[in-house]
Ligand binder design. Sequence first.
Ligand code: C2E
Ligand code: CA
Ligand code: CA
Length: 666
Amino acid sequence: MYASKLDKRIQEERLLVLVQNLPSSLLSTLAVSIFMFYIVVDHVSTINAIVWLSLILFLTLLRTIHTHRLVKYKKGNYLSEEIIIVLGIFMSGVLLASSVFVIFPPDDLALQALCFFLLSAMMAGAVSVYSTHILSFVSYTLPLIISFLYKATTLPDMLSILFIVGLAYYAILLSSMFRVNRSIINFLKTKYLNYDLADHLSKAKESLEKTNAELKIENSVREDTQKRLYYLANYDPLTGLSNRHMFKENLKDSIKLSKEKESSIALLFLDLDNFKIINDTLGHAMGDKLLIAVSSRLKSLLNDKSSIARLGGDEFVIIMNEINDNEEVSSLAHNIIKLLEKPFSFNEHEMFIGTSIGISLYPSDTIETETLLSYADTAMYIAKDKGKNNYQFFTAQMYEDIQFRHNVETKLHHAIKNKEFRLSYQPKVDSQTNKVVGAEALLRWDNHELGHISPSIFIPIAEESSLINEIGKWVILKVCEDLAYLKSNFNNNPCISLNVSSSQILHQNLPQLIQEGLDKYSLSYQCLELEFTEKMLIKQAKQSLIVLNQLDKMGITLSIDDFGTGYSSLNYLRTLPIHTLKIDKSFIKDTPHSQSDCAIAKSIISLAHNLNLNVIAEGVETMEQLIFLRDNACHTIQGFYFSKPLDLNEFAVYLNTPKAKALEIF
Ligand code: C2E
Ligand code: CA
Ligand code: CA
């Protein structure tokens, strides 16, 4: 396959050289013919000579035109024209050879010799002109040598010599032509093999370069991907700050450095206050903008010894290396709080947030990396608990508190199932008639490990973990059950109030739940009262109003607990369908001695009267307090003075016996 391809190329090349030589061959044929015509024209038949020359001229013209067209249009592709070329050469040879018969001067031996010489010269010239193409050489020279030999036979004297000389001459010509031809072919073969080799090499080089270029691109793509992956693995794409992973690495490095230099590190755990509200109400896009802005404000406060990371959500953490004293840390925490207090504005929206910061110290608090973070988190949690927008250094007490809270939460999960809850009833007494008008149901929890836990401790924990809904449901059903018990066993129908948490308003169908409780024990609405705090009503104003209205329609009495501590606007109070104000025990405690407390208590009582609401005082412990309240027209009293919270059966007894203490004052 390859060899035939090479042969074809050599053949093409040989033809190319042949065609390149054609003009000189045509020219020399023409020149020799004209010269012969010139020297013989006076010695032979003029017509013969003219016809002979005309044919040669005509043929030379045709071949010239053909050669010209070949060069112009075929551009080296002469294989298809090979026969015509050879035919033209052959015809030229024949016409030139015919001179021997047509225009050889019969009587002039000298001229004949000159003609022979010219023809032999033409043959000799053919070696160089046609040596690349044997067929052309033979086509051209064969007619010449044949005519030469034939003519030799017509010259008897010189026959033997001329014939032999002619043959020998032709043999020499042929052999030199073959030699030249072979060396040309060898040369061409070597040339093409070299070409091919060079071609192969250049192709191999090209493909190598291409592969190299592809590899380079692939490498750079891989590098980019690696960079991107590294970035995603170590940085927060939103703010560009380090992420949790990077933070941990940084903290490890800081601790290592701190060990070497025997210096201290402070870890500041930041959690934005009210971020969730902004995110929920103004959307995530706004939330994102806020986080970016917060990040850049935080960065502006840091020096080159500190680093910052975003742990996720609205949590940030700052590592302060090589701290000198706690003052330095406090100062940064203080500055952060002040800077984040300033409003953030994004297209007409002005936002206010704050931040709670927990601080732990290495190595004084702990030398464990994970613990250091969890201590800072704990301190932050306490900062939130203390009213947000402040900073707290971690203390061992905090840790114990958190552990305790955690323990309580875990145990609370099983409290209902393990029947660890019970209800106490604290009587409410009418200060005018001494009659028990009802009671407040107060939840009690006795855990075999933790012992008795006050509701003021476990209720907030239950509220945070949303366990409160389940507990609240239990309380409602238990109150209904106890009411039914009092009714059927003692024929008593007291009105029992129970405490409701904000989560119950938001996440529980409270009206339906109460309806179910009342229906289950065939109770009437009048025997239930619900106590809400001002704070929870204000926090979820819209939703609270809807639920309160439903409960009001059902005929349930609604009371505001701890009244006076929630700073609620009186205007807002007016819109609520409430029936009772319960004066918070903190205002009762110092009556009648504290003038201001007396003034507050009196104001609440008169406010209730003016709004046509019932009023009750809780936390009444002394007779003086009772007298003060009774004299100021607060008719319902709850407190240790009359009774501590009682078990159901104790309460039943209390309901049915005369009130000795109450009687004392009348
Ligand atoms: P609260 O609703 O203000 O309940 C009154 C608290 O005052 C009760 O504390 C009661 O024992 C206490 N108390 C009553 N009389 C006096 C007194 O004369 N002097 C003093 N110093 N205290 C008195 P308790 O039972 O520890 O409950 C604490 C808080 O726990 C309650 O405050 C209420 O907010 C919450 N709580 C109790 N039971 C439940 C419940 O079933 N559900 C919900 N959501 N919260 C409850
Ligand atoms: Ca209460
Ligand atoms: Ca209260």
